[in-house]
Design a protein around this ligand. Structure first.
Ligand code: SF4
Ligand code: SF4
Length: 191
């Protein structure tokens, strides 16, 4: 039979908890990291993003190091050669990631892939709302993982900035796309 002191000790724990700071979060009304929601930890591991250089070319060079580093076998990469003659340049240098997939049914968000990436092409965002009722939808393709185009960027494929080398891209000497790549706006066009 339990002693009275044991029972009192148990009640003391309960009583003490009544005065602790509340940690209730009003999800999904308030989402962490979004406007009005609680702050998210700066180093939180959310879904991945494939980054671009400032002119819109892709940072991924299709080396597959991320796939080899992944303990869950969640990444699939197929590299290919850039080909200026055929107008198929997607990244500075020799190779680019032609196929890129991350399977979020397998990913454990450990971040080993982003540590392995030699070009900082792969990073992790704060987005964590990844639930879905379809297994297919949880295999993210390159189109879904690629970072959006920002100002001064032009969608690949396109040539490297005139007069630059691959090293110039990594030295931060390219700060935007070649102005001749921006197509003049057509009359009546929405863009
Ligand atoms: S975060 Fe970890 S488990 Fe997920 S893809 Fe990267 S290495 Fe694999
Ligand atoms: S994301 Fe990085 S590590 Fe993975 S294939 Fe591309 S360049 Fe290589």
């Amino acid at each position: 039979m339990p002693k009275l002191t044991d029972a009192l000790a148990g009640f003391a724990v309960t009583f003490g908890a009544m005065f602790r700071k509340k940690t209730t979060e009003f999800y999904p009304e308030q989402v962490k990291g979004k406007e009005g929601g609680p702050r998210i930890s700066p180093r939180f591991h959310g879904r991945h993003q494939l980054n671009r250089h400032p002119d819109g070319l892709e940072k991924c060079v299709g080396c597959e190091l991320c796939a080899w580093a992944c303990p869950a076998d969640a990444i699939y990469v197929e590299g290919a050669d850039n080909d200026d003659l055929a107008g198929e340049r997607f990244s500075p240098g020799e190779r680019y990631g032609r196929v890129y997939q991350i399977n979020y049914l397998r990913c454990i968000f450990c971040g080993l892939c982003i540590e392995a990436c030699p070009t900082r092409a792969l990073t992790m965002t704060h987005e964590f709302e990844l639930a879905d009722s379809s297994r297919e939808n949880l295999i993210f393709t390159k189109a879904e993982l690629l970072a959006p185009l920002l100002e001064n960027m032009v969608e690949a494929p396109h040539p490297m900035y005139p007069g630059t080398t691959e090293q110039d891209y990594y030295a931060g000497k390219v700060t935007g796309a070649d102005p001749s790549l921006f197509r003049p706006r057509e009359e009546g066009s929405a863009q």
